[in-house]
Design a protein around this ligand. Structure first.
Ligand code: PMP
Length: 278
């Protein structure tokens, strides 16, 4: 689907996966004007497909688009595009319990712009790929490293939305941790560097007794759709669910820590390496 700066998205079409053409001065290539989403199609035991809350992804994309000064598809256009992509790729959705079809909606400033400013034209694409477990550990416990040098997001930045600009800066910390044998990185707040934020592509929960705490979404962490679902389920199960600034002392003293996200689903944490260089 395409759209001008002040216009509305027109109906798109399905096409085989392949390269797309962009101007070298496309806003996305030069100024990172793009946001994406991630959702999954699951195959149920009866063979039918199930999408996980795509309307929530649509709303989050709208909020993200506002932050990045982009027009966005309507909730209906977004959800229809997800459904059509899932149906067109039906044969690639693995059998129940054997994996999922990961669906990636991407909204970008595709029009040319030389001076810093919003692109004159926008493109919304949805593509998909079958996936298995996100971590090589499968569903086994993760081994996390607390990053104290690099931060993921700062107050007032774009950490609260799924902007592509949030991901390149964490690659260095993540690949360094992975080369040392860790599964992922835990990021700290950029101001005091003693409060938990999130991992590279998932939210984090800390369990102590019957209380489950998770960092509040204050603009520097992503408001995960899995996070929201887990909070609802945990509260229905009688846990006290608290959104707050979670101090690293509480993380290290927790009974249990786990991560949530579309890709990781719900992943238990086994060990956390925290050098505490404060
Ligand atoms: N934080 C970050 C930085 C992420 O990239 C993701 C994945 N979208 C999440 C948290 C989890 O969000 P969700 O549950 O919506 O996938």
């Amino acid at each position: 689907m395409k759209c001008s700066k002040d216009g509305e998205f027109t109906q798109g079409e399905l096409s085989p996966y392949g390269n797309i053409q962009l101007s070298p001065s496309a806003g996305v290539l030069n100024y990172g004007q793009a946001i994406y989403e991630g959702t999954k199609a699951y195959r149920k035991e009866d063979g039918k497909l199930l999408l996980f809350r795509p309307d929530h992804n649509a709303v989050r994309m709208k909020l993200g688009a506002e932050r990045m000064l982009m027009p966005s598809p309507s909730v209906d256009q977004f959800v229809n595009a997800i459904k059509q992509t899932a149906l067109a790729n039906k044969r690639w959705v693995p059998p129940a319990g054997k994996g999922t079809l990961y669906i990636r909606p991407l909204l970008m400033g595709s029009g040319p712009i030389l001076g810093l400013g919003p692109a004159p034209e926008y493109t919304f694409i949805v593509y998909a790929s079958p996936v298995g477990n996100y971590f090589k550990e499968g569903m086994a416990a993760l081994n996390l490293y607390v990053e104290e040098e690099y931060v993921r997001a700062a107050p007032g930045g774009a950490g609260g939305v799924k902007s592509i600009t949030n991901y390149a800066p964490v690659l260095k910390a993540l690949s360094r941790a992975k080369s040392r044998g860790f599964s992922d990185v835990l990021y700290l707040d950029s101001v005091k560097k003693k409060y938990l934020e999130e991992a590279s592509s998932c939210n984090v929960f800390v369990v102590k007794g019957r209380t489950i705490s998770t960092p509040a979404t204050n603009g520097t962490i992503l408001e995960g759709i899995t996070r929201k679902s887990v909070m609802e389920i945990a509260s229905d199960q009688g846990y006290q669910v608290v959104e707050k600034a979670v101090h690293m002392d509480e993380v290290m003293d927790a009974d249990e820590v786990f991560c949530t996200g579309t890709a990781v689903v719900v992943a238990p944490v086994g060990t956390i390496t925290y050098q505490d260089k404060r």
